[in-house]
Ligand binder design. Sequence first.
Ligand code: GLU
Length: 472
Amino acid sequence: MAAKNEYKFFEAVEKSFDKATPFTSWDPGILEQIKQCNAVYRMFFPVKIGDKIEVIKAYRVQHSHHKTPCKGGIRFSLSVNLDEVMALAALMTYKCAIVNVPFGGAKGGIAIDPKKYSAYDLEKITRRYTSELIKKNFIGPGTDVPAPDYGTGEREMSWILDTYMSMRPGEIDALGCVTGKPITQGGVRGRREATGLGVYFGVREVCMMQDVMDRLGLQTGVEGKRVVVQGLGNVGYHVAKFFREGGARVIALAEFEGAIMNPDGLNEEEVFQHRRKTGSILNFPGAVNIEKSTDALELDCDILIPAALENVIDGENAPRIKAKIIGEAANGPLTPDADEVFIRKGVLVIPDMYLNAGGVTVSYFEWLKNLSHVRYGRLEKRFTENLNSHILGQLEELTEKKVRSNERDFIMHGPDEADLVNSGLEETMISATHEIMNCWKGNPDIPDMRTAAYVVAINKVGTSYAELGIFP
Ligand code: GLU
């Protein structure tokens, strides 16, 4: 029998999908095909932990094969269940479509609390999970490419890569079987901060739209805006960092154990170090403690960024949220009931499947790097610098004027890997913002930005199926 809530999150994704379909003109059969999870793999495997054998439950779901490989993270969390993995896999399909990353959506998860295991045991679990995926052809640079998600990071990705390479010796593109790897193992510069930076680029672009800000009663630009971030993991940390660097004030940060607030702004790195030292975000010098973490979501602010887990804002607490903009850095932090409340209140919700797509966008760049077997910038950096230097020399000679030294450095600089990855990400997020906003503006009956994002995604996936000749 299905456990309580077993199908809740996937249902929420289906509900948002169904809200968008009246604004598309696809055949109902095509819409049904887009919506379904194409392949679901649930596995149990034994791992010896200490002197006991533990049976580990894990999943990999491939939501769509309209483009291959499939792509999506692997989550380690006790709350991992089939419904959650299916929902997250579906979101990956729509996310990739929105940012023109040519992959189908997938997601994986292992139902464990990673904090309860030593690194040695986690390695055994990760390696065994990978070999289960290999056995069923659920991993590979051309079939399905995992990445980090909640509870996993570069370390786990390198275990996955090593297991894959040892079982597939001589496979020339093996490095592309997983992304989010350490740089030394085929990773790409900029992947670690990519989701947070993408969130920042997306919100910044929306904040630059005069008509949107007028409707919300806000000034244009990110500068001076009061931001609350829930979650200080990799995504939340980088979101807070980029907003602070962009001139916003991060007035509160929330974690499981509670939240802290300082109207003058918090520095995420100092808070991170404090939490590492004391084991808690609370009692940070100069900040006020908020004992109940979820109360931070209800603080008076301009921008609220949930950057932790799904379903944190529902029909119950949504009416108490005071933010004017909610940027979904996490996957699925708002329920469909919360969406309805925000439509009524005129709050702008910037949806997850577009806003947090920075991670998978840079994963795509990493995969391309792995397939091309060459670091970004290696071929053109020096050439560009020589060319720039030559042009500058000619200009100075002709005008008999000298360029200031900081300008000189900027003009001469040839792009390295981080420059190319970050500008590729910026371009991707900016074009996706305009594509969704244009769709929304083009149809005033579309109730919110999430629905507009779904319309854009459905049209792209539908078109791919048509191009494949599956639906003449
Ligand atoms: N886990 C991330 C997400 O939910 C990244 C996925 C990827 O890079 O494939 O978007």
